[in-house]
Design a protein around this ligand. Structure first.
Ligand code: ZN
Length: 119
């Protein structure tokens, strides 16, 4: 009987450890999810701050960020050129007011009504 008692106690301990581990895994997953969410929010806030600083100071040549501003302007020009190529292939005219892609022959934006006059 002592053997059975010991066996029962051992299984009980194993079951407790398993439940405890399971709780830990659940808690870890929850904390990791919370941490990832906060880090994502921080990234968005820093990006917003960066955009605000860029907008406010991009035309100041003596800014300590002038070099970075120049690189950003260069990348924006590259992005605009690539977007133009995409629009050509897709055969669309993109509204400069709202960004909607309209058929190339459109005179006015189908969403906001802005003129799509040839540039
Ligand atoms: Zn539009």
């Amino acid at each position: 009987m002592a053997l059975l008692d010991n066996l029962e106690k051992t299984f009980g301990k194993v079951a407790n450890v398993t439940v405890q581990k399971s709780k830990e895994v659940t808690q870890l997953a929850k904390l990791n999810t919370q941490l990832a969410g906060i880090n994502r929010e921080l990234d968005e806030m820093f990006a917003s701050l960066g955009r605000a600083v860029y907008q406010a100071r991009k035309d100041q040549p003596d800014s300590p960020y002038a070099q970075l501003f120049a690189r950003i302007a260069d990348k924006q020009a590259q992005a605009q050129a690539l977007q133009g190529q995409l629009n050509e292939i897709r055969d669309v005219k993109v509204c400069t007011q709202c960004g909607t892609a309209n058929p190339k022959e459109s005179q006015f934006c189908s969403k906001c009504g802005a003129s799509l006059g040839d540039k």
